[in-house]
Design a protein around this ligand. Structure first.
Ligand code: ADP
Ligand code: MG
Length: 256
C-alpha cells in the first residue's frame, strides 16, 4: 500500500482554481519531486499535504487513513520551508527543539524519536536534549547548537531547518525549494547531502523545486506540474526520454 495517497485534490482561492484534481500515490521511502514553473501550485499542494492549508475537495491518506480534519502537528509530516523560518532569538538547539516542546505542550505523546533511524536509539531516548543532539549529529551541526541563526551561513541555517524537521521523526519530509536561497556551488553540495540523508533515513521525501536538473539528479520519480495538474509522473529518465507531452519536454529540456 502506498504510504501517502493524494486523491483528486482541488483547491480554489476565491474564483481561481489553483489545483485541478491532483492524484499521486507515494510509496514508503520514495523520493518524489514536484517540479513545474513558478505559480503552478507546488507550494499549495505541499501545504495541503502538511495540513497548513485546507483543500477544496479531495482526500489525503497516510497508510490508508484519511487525514481529513487532522491538524498539521498531528500528521507526523515535517515541512522544510524555503525561508527556513528559524526563530532568530533562539539558539540552534532551541530551534531544533521547538517541535518537541510544542508536542509536549499540546499534551501529545512523544513519538519514539529516530528509533527507526538509528539502531538502539529507541531505548536511548530520554530527554529533548538527547533527541536534539542526535538530530544535530546526523546533520553534522552538533558544534553549532549554542549559536543564533544570525551567526550561521546559509548552508548551516538550511541544516538547522532540516534538523528541526528530522527531530520529529516524521513519516515523510516535505521540502519546499529548500536550496533556492543558496548559491550555485552550495546548492550542488547540499543537493547531494539531501540525497544522502534520504538514503540514510529511509523516509519518504516530497521535494518541491522549479529546477528540473535538481529533480532529475535526486528523485525516484518526478511529477511534472503545470497549471494545477500533474502532466506526467515517472522516473527521471522516462520523463526525459519519453515525455508524454510537448509541455513536459519543453520544461524538462528533453532532446527535440
Ligand atoms: P508555486 O509554488 O508552484 O510557485 P503556489 O502554490 O505558490 O505556486 O501558487 C499557485 C497559485 O496560487 C499562484 O497563482 C498563487 O498566486 C496562488 N495562491 C497561492 N496562495 C494563495 C492564497 N493564499 N490566496 C490566493 N492565491 C494564492
Ligand atoms: Mg512555491
Amino acid at each position: 500500500m502506498a504510504e501517502l495517497s493524494i486523491e483528486n485534490i482541488a483547491k480554489r482561492f476565491g474564483e481561481t482554481e489553483v489545483l485541478k484534481g491532483i492524484s499521486i500515490d507515494i510509496s514508503d521511502g520514495e523520493f518524489v519531486s514536484l517540479v513545474g514553473p513558478s505559480g503552478c501550485g507546488k507550494s499549495t499542494l505541499l501545504r495541503i499535504i502538511a495540513g497548513l492549508e485546507e483543500q477544496s475537495s479531495g482526500d489525503i491518506r497516510i497508510s490508508g487513513q484519511s487525514v481529513a480534519g487532522q491538524r498539521a502537528a498531528d500528521r507526523n509530516l515535517s515541512m522544510v520551508f524555503q525561508s527556513y523560518a528559524l526563530y532568530p532569538h533562539l539558539s540552534v538547539g532551541e530551534n531544533i527543539a521547538v517541535p518537541l516542546k510544542m508536542r509536549r505542550m499540546t499534551g501529545l505523546q512523544r513519538l519514539p524519536l529516530l528509533g527507526n533511524i538509528m539502531p538502539g536509539a529507541r531505548e536511548a531516548r530520554g530527554t529533548i536534549e538527547q533527541d536534539v543532539s542526535h538530530a544535530a549529529q546526523i546533520l553534522e551541526i552538533g558544534h553549532l547548537l549554542d549559536r543564533k541563526p544570525g551567526q550561521l551561513s546559509g548552508g548551516q541555517r538550511q541544516r538547522v531547518a532540516l534538523g528541526r524537521a528530522l527531530v520529529r521523526n516524521p513519516a515523510a519530509f516535505l521540502l519546499d525549494e529548500p536550496l533556492s536561497n543558496l548559491d550555485a556551488k552550495l546548492r550542488v553540495q547540499t543537493r547531494a547531502e539531501i540525497a544522502q540523508l534520504h538514503r540514510q533515513l529511509d523516509a519518504t521525501f516530497i521535494y518541491v523545486t522549479h529546477d528540473q536538473v535538481e529533480a532529475m539528479t535526486m528523485s525516484d520519480r518526478i511529477a511534472v506540474m503545470m497549471g494545477g495538474r500533474i502532466l506526467q509522473c515517472a522516473a527521471p529518465d522516462v520523463v526525459y526520454e519519453d515525455p508524454d507531452r510537448i509541455e513536459v519536454a519543453e520544461f524538462i529540456g528533453s532532446p527535440k
